[in-house]
Ligand binder design. Structure first.
Ligand SMILES: C[S@@+](CC[C@H](N)C(=O)[O-])C[C@H]1O[C@@H](n2cnc3c(N)ncnc32)[C@H](O)[C@@H]1O
Length: 223
């Protein structure tokens, strides 16, 4: 069976912007955790007042916890353990990272944050050595989604019911899921979508959507 390329798109993995380093909410958080403001990820639930004070729009920003939960869920899924997934994530800043299917992300958010800082700074985790767990990929989102003429299936509430889709056709192609809290895919990403798949009429958290979709795909892969 050919692997499914699963790409988490537009997820917010970014360091706290320099212009916010001196804001009391950032200084307090950094001090409490004994870290430099340059070594922490922007995290809306804690840094909201800093972003709001500068009038910075944050619809898809400051939620690295979404990627954290997605990675924990996807990497633990039997479809991944059957080696039927190729996993990538794409950030709101258009960086793309490959994830080794054997990666076991730290369960503590601060541990995960440390890993992401290393990834942003060094381009890979761990920074040296033969085994690579995550690595920056020098390709555009279009190249990753469409490589080798792959079709792109997007998980989306307003898509076609998954039960009406020929599931075997998804194998060997790309599935995308929004790694963000609110809103729709970006226009340039929408333009790359071939099929839209809906799991339910309800808006789901990305983790729930990923788990549901992978489980349906997994059931199809069973002998
Ligand atoms: C929290 S949702 C994104 C925000 C949502 N569109 C909104 O405006 O509130 C994150 C991702 O989960 C997936 N998702 C959520 N609900 C879904 C559904 N009913 N069917 C398929 N995918 C869904 C989509 O990939 C979506 O981009």
């Amino acid at each position: 069976m050919r692997k499914i390329r699963l790409v988490i798109v537009e997820t917010s993995i970014e360091k706290v912007p320099k212009e916010l380093h001196k804001h009391p909410a950032i200084e307090k958080d950094a001090k409490r955790r004994k870290r430099s403001p340059n070594k922490i990820l922007l995290y809306l639930p804690v840094h909201y007042t800093a972003l709001a004070s500068k009038g910075i729009p944050f619809e898809k920003r400051g939620r690295p916890d979404i990627l954290h939960r997605l990675l924990l869920t996807i990497l633990d899924h039997p479809l991944n353990k059957m080696n039927l997934l190729e996993l990538y994530f794409h950030t709101i800043n258009d960086e793309i990272f490959w994830v080794n299917p054997e990666t076991r992300p730290p369960i503590h958010f601060y541990g995960f944050e440390g890993l992401m800082i290393q990834l942003l700074e060094k381009g890979r985790v761990p920074p040296a050595g033969e085994t690579i767990l995550m690595e920056k990929i020098d390709k555009t989102i279009e190249e990753v989604l469409k490589e080798d003429d792959r079709k792109v299936y997007a998980l989306e509430k307003r898509g076609k019911d998954l039960s009406k889709i020929e599931i075997k056709n998804i194998y060997g192609n790309t599935v995308i899921i929004g790694g963000f809290q609110k809103g729709d895919y970006r226009e340039d990403i929408k333009a790359l979508i071939d099929y839209r798949i809906s799991l339910t009429q309800h808006t789901l958290k990305a983790t729930t959507a990923a788990c549901m979709a992978l489980t349906i795909l997994y059931q199809h892969a069973l002998p």
